[in-house]
Design a protein around this ligand. Structure first.
Ligand SMILES: C[S@@+](CC[C@H](N)C(=O)[O-])C[C@H]1O[C@@H](n2cnc3c(N)ncnc32)[C@H](O)[C@@H]1O
Length: 263
């Protein structure tokens, strides 16, 4: 995918992001769990395009506001310092990038996403460099960033190992990666409750507040089908990362992984 980078002050509007009409086409209504490769990538793009305007509001609603605290925790773990460069990949509306800027105003922050509509729906991009880019083929040289963070990206990519390998490639030696995403809960007694919340409550909230229950069915299916926190840790190790650790949050439904590139 061609990359398109914008200066921090440049305005990104849905119109400038291009006009791709989201229709109720056939793949939209199928269970995403069966989709692979390009078909899945198209589905993911359409889904985020369709929820972009209400994405933040729904996120706060679905997580009871805990997503805000988790992004703060990501930045505490990242230990970003003034003068360092951070990449927020799958930045979406930019909440993690803004948290990075708030934590460390002297750092250079780049937000990248393949959905211009998601970035256009975010506000206050001042001093953040935005870039349209595919997580599987980042338009940055080797050893560019001190820190790479992502929030709720990795379960959406069609090739997890390729995405992690790209993050490894663009990190400087000794650089840190922090990954926030949903994970499979391990606390069995609560599983039926959590499943009901994911399968019925969230899609209905999506239908009610965004008019798009299918998109939220996708979001919950992608969480249910995603690998365990242990397996994600193994994927990070396979890609060459060291000091891999993770912590689970929100009754075991969210995980934050951190790791380093070999010095
Ligand atoms: C669930 S949203 C998360 C947004 C934001 N990081 C947050 O914390 O709220 C996932 C984002 O990842 C983006 N995304 C998914 N696959 C991608 C890919 N292969 N390359 C770049 N961005 C991708 C989507 O467009 C979407 O904006």
């Amino acid at each position: 995918m061609a990359s398109l980078c914008l200066e921090p002050q440049e305005r990104l509007t849905p119109a400038s992001a291009g006009r791709i009409k989201v229709k109720n086409n056939s793949i939209y209504n199928r269970r995403m769990a069966h989709l692979l490769g390009t078909e899945r990538e198209r589905y993911v793009k359409k889904t985020f395009k369709s929820v972009a305007r209400r994405y933040n509001m729904m996120n706060h609603l679905m997580t009871f506001g805990v997503d805000i605290l988790l992004r703060k925790e990501v930045m505490r773990i990242a230990k970003l310092r003034n003068g360092e460069r951070l990449l927020d990949i799958g930045a979406g509306t930019g909440d993690l990038s803004r948290e990075a800027r708030h934590t460390c105003p002297g750092a250079g922050i780049t937000a990248a996403d393949f959905s211009m509509e998601m970035m256009a729906a975010g506000k206050d991009w001042e001093t953040i460099h935005r870039c349209q880019a595919d997580a599987l083929a980042l338009p940055f040289s080797h050893n560019t960033f001190d820190v790479v963070v992502s929030g709720y990206l990795v379960r959406n990519v069609v090739d997890l190992d390729a995405a992690l390998a790209e993050q490894y490639r663009v990190l400087k030696s000794g650089g840190r990666v922090v990954v926030l995403d949903t994970t499979r809960p391990r606390w069995k007694p609560l599983n039926p409750l959590i499943k009901s919340y994911f399968r019925y409550v969230i899609p209905n909230l999506g239908r009610l507040f965004t008019g798009n229950g299918e998109a939220y069915t996708y979001l919950t299916q992608s969480s249910e089908n995603f690998i365990s926190a242990e397996d994600l840790a193994d994927s990070l190790r396979r890609c060459g990362f060291t000091s891999v650790t993770f912590r689970v949050r929100m009754l075991g439904t969210m995980a934050i992984h951190s790791a380093s590139k070999r010095p």
